[in-house]
Design a protein around this ligand. Sequence first.
Ligand code: ADP
Ligand code: MG
Length: 217
Amino acid sequence: MNAAELSSLLRFVASNMIASEAQLTRLDMAVGDGDHGTGMQRGFTAVDKLLAQQDPGDDIGLLLTRVGSELMSSMGGASGAIFGTLFRAGGKSLSGETVLTSALLARFLRDGLDAVCKRGGARPGDKTMVDALAAAVSVAQPLESAPLGDALNKIAEAANRGSEETRQMVAAFGRAKSLGERAIGHPDPGAVSMALILRFMAQGCQSSRVDAQAKGE
Ligand code: ADP
Ligand code: MG
């Protein structure tokens, strides 16, 4: 997948994240302050606008880094810094690359996870987006030689399982921390967002493959 294709895939992700606003708001009303859906909506609206205006260039690392900077400056809240860090640090580690493969996706996720953990201090089990991201990283590594679409499907499923597991957890970070055991039964909104981003990437990759096949490419 080249930079132009990645840019359209990210626009597909953006429009679906914007459409997920109500679901994410509902989740953050249960364990937080209810602003996660509008934060994501604001961030991905800005990302969509950026990608619509900007030439994607050739460098997929630079493209992902720009998406991260846009999320960081537009979203606000804890998750603006966290999701911005994922895309910025993951993008930086792909700097100079021109074709997204499963191996590079695994590197993006792993280096992004490391940076998020350093920046926010959360670890797996703390009921944050790290639980979905760490689950994605653990399956991405062994899928490095799989076709990108297949790897994305499995990575998205793993992230979804990781986000479901946050239901059982007591939060160690953010506003859900003050709820203690009352947060049990509710998934972490950021973990759900992380799983959705990967699910929409998998779906978008699938449909672009179907399009290419229909055109005989
Ligand atoms: P805020 O907490 O400022 O209201 P949001 O509601 O947009 O921000 O985002 C909350 C989400 O951010 C949480 O569900 C969690 O997944 C994520 N988050 C918060 N703090 C951290 C952290 N230190 N590390 C990783 N993720 C975090
Ligand atoms: Mg919130």
